[in-house]
Design a protein around this ligand. Sequence first.
Ligand SMILES: Cc1cc2nc3c(=O)[nH]c(=O)nc-3n(C[C@H](O)[C@H](O)[C@H](O)COP(=O)(O)OP(=O)(O)OC[C@H]3O[C@@H](n4cnc5c(N)ncnc54)[C@H](O)[C@@H]3O)c2cc1C
Length: 443
Amino acid sequence: MEKVAIVGGGLVGAMQAVYMAKKGYQVDVYERRDDIRDALFVAGKSINLALSDRGWEALAKIDLEEEIKKIAIPMRGRKIHNSDLSQNFQPYGIHDQSIWSVSRGGLNQRLLIKAASYDNCNLYFNHKCVNLDLESNTLYFDHKGENKSAAYDRIFGTDGAFSAIRSRLEKTDRFNYSQYYLKHGYKELLIPATKDGLHQIDPNALHIWPRGGFMLIALANMDGSFTVTLFMPFEGENSFESLDTNEAVEAFFEKEFPDALDMMPDLLETYKKNPTSSLVIIKTYPWNYNDKVILMGDAAHAIVPFYGQGMNCGFEDCSVLDTIMNENNNDWNKVAPAYTEARKRNGDAIADLAMRNYIEMRDLIAKPEFLLRKKIEAAFAKKHPEKWLPLYSQVTFSHIPYADAVENAKIQDAIMDEVMKMENINEKWINQEIEEFILSKLE
Ligand SMILES: Cc1cc2nc3c(=O)[nH]c(=O)nc-3n(C[C@H](O)[C@H](O)[C@H](O)COP(=O)(O)OP(=O)(O)OC[C@H]3O[C@@H](n4cnc5c(N)ncnc54)[C@H](O)[C@@H]3O)c2cc1C
């Protein structure tokens, strides 16, 4: 039986382990951290992520959809918290679809448990990959100070944005690599549950406090709390650097997010305790080294989190690779390059879309013109679902390749630009004239 190694037992690595074990390969997973399978964050306070259709499909193919739904909270739209303390709700889908808030640890745990349920899959924790010899396909590990090595037929690099496997490939001929840090970073905070363990605000929405150059968001956890994330520039007027004293932090929240502050009694403690983390975009090409090494998840395509697609895209890597393996009878000479060709363009597309969505989230969603534009689009899409699927729905609630979604969106954007220039568009926002205009443009 072919022996494969999966380096990195995070979300994508654990999922890929299941896919490969299911196909009968002898799988060894190496994870640098401790075993988290017994950790108690299932219903506890934890970092959460938005899971959507691409991720769900990949989970369904390994029979985990139902189990994960039990620990996930549906979010039907964005709840916008404006500066004047007014609120409005913007549904995500035109057919009442949801994205789902799920604990990162809880999800990772269940994927690892599933992988370990196969006799042909071994998990090795506290194994940090330190090198890879591409001649012999041998991996080298540091296991609590001890050196270990093992050779494999095939290696999957799923060791995240700062992948050791990718670092090795970067030194090979004609391997492209770029890394770009945003001027913005993020800090995780918390809105605790009420004394009765209930959510203080609606758990079935993704809460956003858009403030132009920065924003706060909150996603519900199963225990009644919310994981809150502040995204802000590192330096400048409203920045992490400028919030250098307790008074500055408090004054900033009082001015910008007074309603959120009321729900965060431990703000100062959490603010000081939690790190300020950076955001990086990493692009690579190719995502394979011959038929021997394959990069997946953030190791191949680290993107900014503003479309909630990093993990979903990584999960889609696993399900698409599975399809390509089936189509090519597991012939890796064909599978490996076909995987790169199928995924690279989509990785680049979602990287760009995610950057674009940052501006939308922190700024545009609070602007009346933007809201009107979305309202017109949604009304038209509801009436003509076969002709128009809004970009957000293409990305989040469909399996249209991300790169194709970008192309479709260019056409839609051009039409909507014209619609928005029409006289008195505010009043006649959707009528026969506009409907016919859009239909004629689509032809
Ligand atoms: C603030 C924030 C919010 C996000 N929100 C969302 C969201 O809502 N929805 C979404 O889809 N995505 C989201 N993402 C993106 C998502 O977190 C990543 O895309 C996802 O975690 C990628 O999974 P991965 O398994 O490829 O990498 P990782 O999750 O980084 O896992 C890599 C694993 O490899 C291990 N490892 C690293 N180096 C080594 C080594 N040398 N040897 C052995 N093991 C190693 C690590 O310990 C880790 O377990 C968000 C990201 C951030 C930063």
